[in-house]
Structure formats: C-alpha cells, structure tokens
Design a protein around this ligand. Structure first.
Ligand code: HSE
Length: 336
C-alpha cells in the first residue's frame, strides 16, 4: 500500500515511526505492507516510489525544518503537484486544522479523492466545514474516507459509537472533547485562576498555537460536527453549532458548582440541538474526568448510557488512530 503523507509534524513523524517499528507485525497480522512514497511539509517535499527511509526523513526534518533535503535531487513539488503526479493508494492528511477555509487540507483531500485515493484525515478543518460534501465526493469517486483520529485522538470514540453500538439507536450524547480546556477547568476547580491555569497549560504544550481554537470551543465544535454527521446521520457544519467557550468562567462559577458537588466542564452535546458550552457535571458522573482526559457518554434506546474515556490528543496516540484507519481501509478495499 503506497502512502502520501501531508504534513510532517509531531503526528506525521509519530505515524512514520510507528509504521517502521510495526512493519513485520502489520504484515503478519493484516497482510499490510505500507510504504510512504511521498511526504511534504510547508517548505518542500520528498519522494521515492520504492519507499522513503523514515530515519533519514526525520533527520532531514530535524536539521532543516523540512523534508526537502531528504535527498540531493531538487524536490520542489508542491503538495497538490505530488498528489496529482505520484501514484499512491492512500493519502494521509495531517496538516493543521483551520476553521476559516480549511486549507490547505481541503485541497489535498479533494484532489486525492479525485485521483482515486482513499483518504485518512486527522485534520478536522475540512470535516468541520464540509463533512456532507466530502462524504459525497468520496462516494462519487468510490474511495474510502476515514478520520478516527479527529475525535478522541487514539481513543476510538467514533468506532465505539459506529461499530460497537451497531443496531442501536443513539438518542443523545454529551462529551468532554477538548483536553486543553478540561485541564484548565480541572486546575480552576483546584483553586487556580483562569490566567494561571491557562499559562500552566501553555507551558505544558497543551494549548493550540491559536488559543482561541481551545478556549472558544472551536475544536470541541469541530468534533461535535464530525460526531453529528458520522454517528447521528445529520448533515451539519460549523455554523450549526451553538458555541460558548470557557473564557468567562470565573472562580464564582467554580465555587457554586462545588457547593452542589459538581464541576464545570466544557460539554459538547447532541440532544435536539448541537451545543458546545460550559455546564455543571455531577462529580460522580462517569463523564466527570479530570486533567487532559476526554470522555463521552452515548445514550442509546436499548442499552442505556455508556461512557468511553481516554486520552484525546498526543502524537503517538493520534498516530495509532491512523494505523487503525489504514487497517480498516485495507480490510474494506480487499472485500469482493
Ligand atoms: N487542542 C485539542 C485538545 C487537541 O486540547 O483536545 C486534540 O484535538
């Protein structure tokens, strides 16, 4: 299976290393022989139809902040040129999410689908802004589109709802889908001010480069769009979400919640309306997880409420979700 990797940041590099370290096991267990034939970042690209050497790629990235010096041959192909010219079966999109126009990820995904490639995206932007039309494009081009890392990182939230609960009718769900705000709110519940909790989260490297994505609930809203489409069969995009972030939460709100044995959490919910907003959650509710953890409770018609909890971010965790999608694509595409 030939792969083009868009973006070579923490997730892209973790995925490349994971493929290398698991190559024998992937072949033995799944008959999967993946090779990365092209990688590009914002400064350049590297290609080798017989498969790129992962350690050399990582060295080049470390030394020159780009994969472009992977080899002596000049490699100035843009991402779109690579997607249009290089033969591959799967495109993996790991560039940064943006919720203004979803570029450059949107163009990568659209071009790859038109070229007949299956697509795995951990970039939430294109899904948040155009989920219904991307699904149609994938169907039209008869390619598979997978994105399990966009919600819950390595925690298989989408798989759980889609596959483990198959046959069920999920009637509603509530989730903590943003680890950074959960970390900040957890620290505030322990007595820290909002500003100190934010600085601490920044110091630990949790906060997105554009802090608004976390603090104003955009990241959680994007994940809610993906869940609503994929799990609930809705056709919605970002503007359909009612969104309030955590900037206005102060120590009084935290105190009032504590008096009722509750904690303030940023909750993404689907129940008649799609809402991201801070809410008081009972301390003994399974949803009430602390630190950077994510949690989501699905309420189904027959089997009641079930909660899945796990780490919602991180390079290697998200890389594991890409591998999951790759195995799924391999299984689905070899079905006769
Ligand atoms: N900023 C996100 C979070 C990263 O804090 O959960 C994972 O999408």
């Amino acid at each position: 299976m030939r792969i083009i990797l868009c973006g070579f940041g923490v997730v892209g590099q973790s995925f490349a290393k994971l493929l290398e370290s698991r190559s024998e096991d992937l072949y033995a267990r799944y008959g999967l022989k993946p090779r990365i034939v092209g990688v590009f970042d914002r400064n350049g690209s590297a290609t080798d139809a017989s498969g790129l050497d992962i350690s050399r790629l990582i060295d080049a990235k470390k030394k020159y902040n780009s994969v472009k010096k992977y080899s002596e041959t000049k490699n100035n192909a843009s991402g779109i040129e690579m997607i249009n010219d290089l033969e591959a079966e799967v495109l993996i999109e790991t560039t940064q999410s943006n919720y203004k126009d979803a570029e450059p990820g949107m163009a990568h995904i659209i071009n790859a689908m038109k070229q007949g490639m299956h697509v795995i995206s951990v970039n939430k932007g294109p899904l948040a802004l155009a989920f219904p039309s991307l699904m149609e494009l994938a169907d039209y081009n008869r390619v598979l589109f997978r994105f399990s890392g966009t919600v819950g990182g390595g925690t298989p939230i989408l798989d759980f709802a889609k596959n483990s609960l198959r046959g069920e009718r999920i009637v509603s769900f509530d989730g903590i889908l943003n680890g950074t705000t959960n970390y900040i709110l957890t620290n505030m519940a322990d007595g820290m001010s909002f500003n100190n909790a934010l600085s601490d989260a920044k110091q630990k490297g949790y906060v997105e480069a554009d802090e608004s994505l976390d603090l104003d609930g955009l990241d959680a809203a994007a994940k809610l769009v993906i869940l609503a489409n994929w799990i609930m069969g809705m056709k919605v995009t970002m503007p359909d979400i009612k969104r309030t972030g955590i900037r206005n939460i102060d120590s009084d709100d935290i105190k009032h919640a504590t008096e009722k044995n509750c904690t303030v959490k940023l909750i993404a919910s689907c129940n008649k309306e799609l809402i991201v907003a801070p809410r008081e959650i009972a301390a003994d509710d399974p949803l009430c997880v602390s630190g950077t953890l994510n949690a989501i409770s699905f309420t189904s018609e027959q089997s009641g409420t079930q909660t899945i909890i796990g780490r919602g971010a991180g390079g290697i965790e998200t890389a594991s979700s890409i591998l999951r999608d790759l195995i799924d694509i391999r299984n689905e595409s070899t079905k006769t």
